[in-house]
Design a protein around this ligand. Structure first.
Ligand code: ATP
Length: 243
């Protein structure tokens, strides 16, 4: 069943600091949409609002999951995860002293996911064979790229329909960023996910995105209906490509 996300007129603030200003965007079923923006422009704030970690001061967030429409504002993060939305947070937020497998299993707290725990674990290991080899290794002793795979795997363990990925490239060498993007694309294909990915690495993000939005100071300043349209935008050329 197809899943999608629609955000309209969203404002969010931290005290007097306004972080999102009238943001509207849509992720249609089966799309990968890039949320582009340099540091501090509101990408993480938007992800936090979707997952119920921060309550917006205005606007709506609507997810269609299994054909049913749900308003997300006012729900707890637990309820939102239960509906089928998972976040791969910036900086990965893993438990460094726990093993790969323990970290993965901790992702499976959603009720629907607990029934399919073995199948999802097998799927993670099949998609990321390195994790299978390292299943008993403490996550803190793994490389940044491997840790990013664990973070993606942990999100998959909750059997999501909509996957939010916040700046997967942070702290990774270019080759690992590239692999991480391929991993997101592969998960999306295999699981039929709908993906919203925040990224400041324009070139890497558009390799897998169908289209995207550019956030500047908490506002959507541009939306491009294709990677080419994004690359042609004066805003992207000036701020992200240095042209
Ligand atoms: P980054 O890539 O650095 O995470 P971002 O685009 O995700 O950037 P946000 O983290 O959403 O941006 O930050 C948007 C704005 O809100 C920034 O001005 C930031 O300083 C501010 N901000 C974020 N978190 C807080 C907080 N907990 N308290 C106060 N201000 C905050």
């Amino acid at each position: 069943m197809e899943s999608s996300l629609r955000i309209t007129g969203l404002d969010a603030a931290y005290g007097a600091v306004r972080a999102l200003d009238d943001v509207s965007l849509e992720v249609r079923a089966g799309e990968t949409v890039a949320l582009l923006g340099t540091n501090g422009n509101g990408k993480t704030t938007l992800m936090r609002c979707i997952l119920g970690l921060l309550r917006p001061t205005r606007g709506t967030i609507t997810a269609v999951l299994d054909g049913q429409e749900h308003g997300l504002v006012g729900r707890s993060p637990e309820e939102i995860v239960e509906l089928g939305i998972a976040l791969v947070p910036e900086g990965r937020r893993l438990f460094p002293r726990l093993t790969v497998e323990e970290n993965l299993l901790l992702g499976a707290y959603r009720r629907a996911a607990r029934a399919a725990i073995r199948r999802n674990l097998d799927f993670c290991y099949e998609t990321f064979p390195r994790l299978k080899e390292r299943r008993s290794q403490a996550v803190g002793s793994m490389s940044g790229g491997e840790q990013q795979m664990v973070a993606l795997g942990r999100a998959v363990m909750c059997a999501p329909k909509i996957l939010l990925v916040d700046e997967p490239s942070v702290g990774l060498a270019p080759i690992l960023v590239s692999r991480t993007m391929e991993a997101v694309a592969e998960l999306k294909e295999k699981l039929g996910l709908t993906v919203l990915m925040a990224e400041q690495n324009f070139h890497q993000a558009v390799r897998i995105a169908d289209r995207g939005y550019v956030l500047v100071h908490g506002k959507v300043e541009f939306q491009g209906d294709s990677p080419a349209a994004l690359g042609d935008s004066d805003l992207v050329r000036k701020f992200y490509l240095g042209l």
